[in-house]
Design a protein around this ligand. Sequence first.
Ligand SMILES: Cc1cc2nc3c(=O)[nH]c(=O)nc-3n(C[C@H](O)[C@H](O)[C@H](O)COP(=O)(O)OP(=O)(O)OC[C@H]3O[C@@H](n4cnc5c(N)ncnc54)[C@H](O)[C@@H]3O)c2cc1C
Length: 388
Amino acid sequence: MPVRATKRGTARTTLDRDCDVLVCGASFAGLTVARELERSGARVMLIDRYEVGERQTSACAVPTEWLELLGLESSVRQTFDELVVHTSRSTTRWPLPISFSTFDYRELCGLLRAAASSSEFETATVEGVQTGQTHTVRTDRGDVRAPYVIDALGWRRVLSSSGQPIQPPDARLSRGLEVHPPGTGDDLECWIDPHYIRAGYSWSFPAGDEVRVGVGSFEPRDHVKDGTVALARDLSRDPVGYQGNWIPHQLRPATENGIFFVGDSAGHCLPLTAEGIRPAFYFALALGRELRAALAGAITREQALTRYRAFNRKHALKYSCMLGAQHLAGRTTGSAPMRWLVGALRARRVSHWTFDHYYQIMPRPSAIGSDSPELVGTGARGRLGAPA
Ligand SMILES: Cc1cc2nc3c(=O)[nH]c(=O)nc-3n(C[C@H](O)[C@H](O)[C@H](O)COP(=O)(O)OP(=O)(O)OC[C@H]3O[C@@H](n4cnc5c(N)ncnc54)[C@H](O)[C@@H]3O)c2cc1C
């Protein structure tokens, strides 16, 4: 078992604190929200059970331009202009209209944290919340009070009290497991092959001096370890450095009892592809915009909640379509129509058309705020978006 860098022994003092904004969870979504509140003048506190960047939660592949937009390009390990897709019978190269990059998780989190340096950070495990005009968040080190509380805690949605199913196998969750053997590779690769997983896909993402090899299942009851080990062995990689998690594959309510939810806690990871980093950035930027407006007194907390909820809902149809595509893909993984589709995407026009439509579910930041008074805000590199 790896020893995680959480506060231990005498360093683990009692937390009894008041702040303006409490961001629970310091990964992609939480750190981006904190970054967006830099220079807002608010007392922002970040809490995570581990030190920032301590525990990788992903294979860490993302559209390159999003890393550039957020000033995170120095964390990039490798960049790819095509996706190599394998079925049981063929290998096809899909040309991508935008490049994807793998990055170093610790470095990326460090960069986001540096861009939110005026916020306070504490390691503590969040256990629950008592909601009110000022919310009281219970942690294993004591209570923290804030009028604005953000749950960026990942799939467990710890601050929810709705009673909706969140735990597997009742909740709508996919699961992913990968290994991180040392090694190098040239291609971003994906397998749509029931030999590794019945309903889902497998991948090999090189990232400098390591390769992230894993399996994702759309069906939470299906195990992913055997497939992961089999793929690693087929690629002559050692199955070492395990990392896995559940992945919500359905949009969840973005607010509940005055709490904001973002990233996996809000079900923002896209169904079918399990791409969750760009959505975490995207919705965190949108949430940051509403919080800044509320903290500046331009809108009330209730209005910020309403507007963020509406922004989330605007994406519901697209998420439903992606979920429909996931159901279909899950039933046809090894079939002839699936193999035909994989082959059809080798044509540049078909591939670009498909990816462009997919990409537009979450357009570049300059388009995020087209129906809002303020666009994505200030960060390490200044204003990100041009007025729409
Ligand atoms: C194996 C695998 C590979 C993936 N690969 C990719 C990929 O290549 N590209 C992509 O776009 N997406 C990928 N995803 C999906 C992506 O990882 C998630 O969608 C993304 O991490 C969501 O970000 P988040 O900030 O919402 O939550 P998380 O990254 O899960 O972060 C949640 C944070 O909350 C903290 N936390 C949790 N509970 C508590 C608590 N009770 N108290 C205090 N802190 C707590 C955690 O320590 C963590 O820091 C992958 C997922 C898996 C499982």
